[in-house]
Design a protein around this ligand. Sequence first.
Ligand code: NAD
Length: 503
Amino acid sequence: MAITVPRRGLFIDGVWREPIRRKRLPVVNPATEEIIGDIPAATEEDVAFAVEAARRAFARNDGKDWARASGAIRAKYLRAIAAKITERKSELAKLEAIDCGKPLEEAAWDMDDVAGCFEYYADLAEGLDAKQKAPLALPLESFKGYILKEPIGVVGLITPWNYPLLMAVWKVAPSLAAGCTAILKPSELASLTSLELGDICREVGLPPGVLNILTGLGPEAGGPLVSHPKVDKVVFTGSSATGSNIMASAAKLVKPVSLELGGKSPIIVFDDVDIDKAVEWTMFGCFWTNGQICSATSRLLVHERIAEEFLDKMVKWTKNIKISDPLDEGCRLGPVVSKGQYEKILKFVSNAKSEGATVLCGGARPAHLKKGYFVEPAIITNVTTSMQIWKEEVFGPVLCVKTFSTEDEAIRLANDSEYGLAGAVLSDDLGRCDRVSKAIQAGIVWVNCSQPCFTQAPWGGTKRSGFGRELGEWGLENYLSVKQVTQYISDEPWGWYEPPSKL
Ligand code: NAD
């Protein structure tokens, strides 16, 4: 299947531009290890140029700026973008598959979500018009007040590679809906579909500067975006280490940030489940998207009474997963994104072995694939809570397992993590599911499933998984600032100071 990778520049002020320093980065297909194209690498000068374009688009003072356009007008553009995504779905899904190794069917699914996200925020943008000047109940009759929700300004959006276009659009759609203008910095490991989003914006006639897309390396392109004084907020998804650096850099300017970071989420399986169903959800929770999911439920806590049967079945199911080039029909696990990530995952598995854990299956290159960054999904038992494999995010298809005997023990083990992004509980007893959902320290809990994600529902974590929420109405609030307007309406003078005539 021949796929042409378009050669693009940086998308600034509505047009393609070569980076000022003319630097480009190779794009490697992780399934073949071949270079299939290149992307521009922005540096500080390009960032400055893009920020100026975004500022002009935000407030032109000619009545045509994005911030003051009605929600209905902004919605029109968002819907046009959604329609183009749907029209180009198959091409975008293929580009994403060869860029980051995601199975084609999953990538196609993501493109539906991308279009749906633009549609959803188009609806919310329209709703914003009606919500302006929401009255404020004040306790004194001599005053009346109202609330204005205003776009925060120019926002810097920095994204990872595991859902390249979807993670970008979780930020682009609500920020544009709110009336912000934006600079998107996608991951250097998977930027192709974000650049195509630039092409789509150009095609639908989005006003210049409303969305700018700068590809490039984190420190060279992302760093200057965070520290630029005219960027009003930074919204970041990525690793906890980078998130912490970004927060420190933004703190110098007292710039707000919102951080969606990593995780090491638990899945608790009680002994009253339908074992086949629970095995499949456990696999989906950890091996979907080649195991590169921030919310992966990668710590399995299984009740000791069913552990043997459960693991026996899961090993058989796991060995049956179709591992292949992501473009092959029926592929369920493609390569991980890069050589660096591949080596990191293998190292996690070898460290686990040397710390005394048992690898029940996987954790190595599949025998039938000589090239590409493929890793067989691994299930690891005999894990202790002091091991690296229990504590650190692998970001690959690696599941570690512990057993438990009581609900309290399961909850204690589930919460034994620095992270708090997600968790899952599987049981036929819904009362127990409720109790455990409340007890799990996380921003997202799944009951009798793992991973389904809806645009309408808030997404984000606690602890070292970050703060702030994306998606749903919360996603829009991320880009709005609240202003109170308080008016004195009494005919009487305020009467605090004596008038001069009485002195
Ligand atoms: P990463 O932190 O390496 O990179 C993320 C982005 O930050 C990239 O665009 C990168 O270029 C940029 N960056 C790197 N250094 C920077 C710097 N100094 N200044 C500014 N920008 C910089 O993360 P990754 O490897 O791309 O993604 C994997 C991580 O993302 C995992 O930890 C995963 O859990 C997390 N993630 C979280 C969520 C969530 O919703 N919580 C979703 C997806 C991925």
